[in-house]
Design a protein. Structure first.
Length: 229
């Protein structure tokens, strides 16, 4: 069967990655979490003093961007891909609040986006991928055969993120997370470089009232239509 590119874009914490991961597993495609790539650059910047005194040293980040090697490897126990930064597994670290608080400003930087978009295009060259992010259907793969734009209310997204962080033992308040979700929405959709916006040919999914199983089934139907099954 022909292999296609599936681009899943949308707001933060709206369950894109859960549905994208599930679909990829089901149809034997590679899943690529591009948010994790921006998070890995942010973690590198925090760990190496590029983010310090509440600001980002853009010059230093630019001079070190080629040293930041990002990749994914499957965890054989879960069957799910995990993020590696310079050969170190950072899957847990990149999900923490400190990274979440800095990732949107990092993702507004032009040279960071150019480097990561080039890497994403290389990863998807052979097709057979499900890629999730903000600009996949508009910038990374404007010719993707299937584009989905996912949305849900900020409150529902914040609650989902709180549940996820709590299950990992992080202590967070609903208000703190809601604030972070709203701030990131604002930065992500108003930035100059590839802002979050719906591609004209994307199919919109508002999953506020849907279960994970319902989303999964919905997405599988869209995939089958796209490959002409
Ligand atoms: O999906 P996420 O929450 O892990 O994404 C983290 C941040 O990265 C988010 O604030 C927006 C940014 N991002 C982006 O600008 N472009 C992408 N393709 C993916 C994520």
């Amino acid at each position: 069967m022909k292999k296609i590119v599936i681009a899943i874009d949308g707001f933060s914490s709206c369950g894109k990655s859960t549905m994208a991961k599930d679909l990829a597993k089901e149809i034997g495609y590679t899943y690529i979490d591009t948010g994790a790539m921006y998070r890995a650059v942010t973690l590198y910047s925090l760990e190496n003093g590029i983010i310090a005194d509440n600001k980002i040293d853009g010059e230093r980040l630019k001079s070190e961007i080629d040293k930041i090697k990002i990749g994914f490897k499957n965890n054989p126990n879960t069957g799910k891909p995990e993020t590696y930064l310079n050969e170190i597994n950072v899957e847990t670290e990149i999900r923490k609040m400190e990274v979440a608080n800095w990732v949107s400003p990092i993702a507004t930087i032009g040279f960071v986006r150019h480097a990561l978009v080039a890497l994403q295009q290389k990863m998807g060259k052979e097709k057979g991928i499900v890629m999730d992010g903000r600009d996949i259907g508009t910038v990374v793969f404007p010719n993707a055969e299937l584009k989905i734009f996912v949305t849900a209310s900020p409150e529902i997204r914040a609650q989902r993120r709180v549940d996820e962080l709590k299950s990992k033992g992080e202590k967070v308040s609903f208000e703190e997370v809601l604030e972070n979700v709203k701030t990131r929405d604002h930065i992500d959709s108003t930035r100059k470089e590839s802002p979050l916006k719906q591609a004209p040919d994307a199919i919109v999914l508002d999953n506020s009232e849907m279960t994970i199983a319902e989303q999964k089934a919905w997405l599988l139907v869209q995939y089958k239509k796209a490959v002409g099954e």
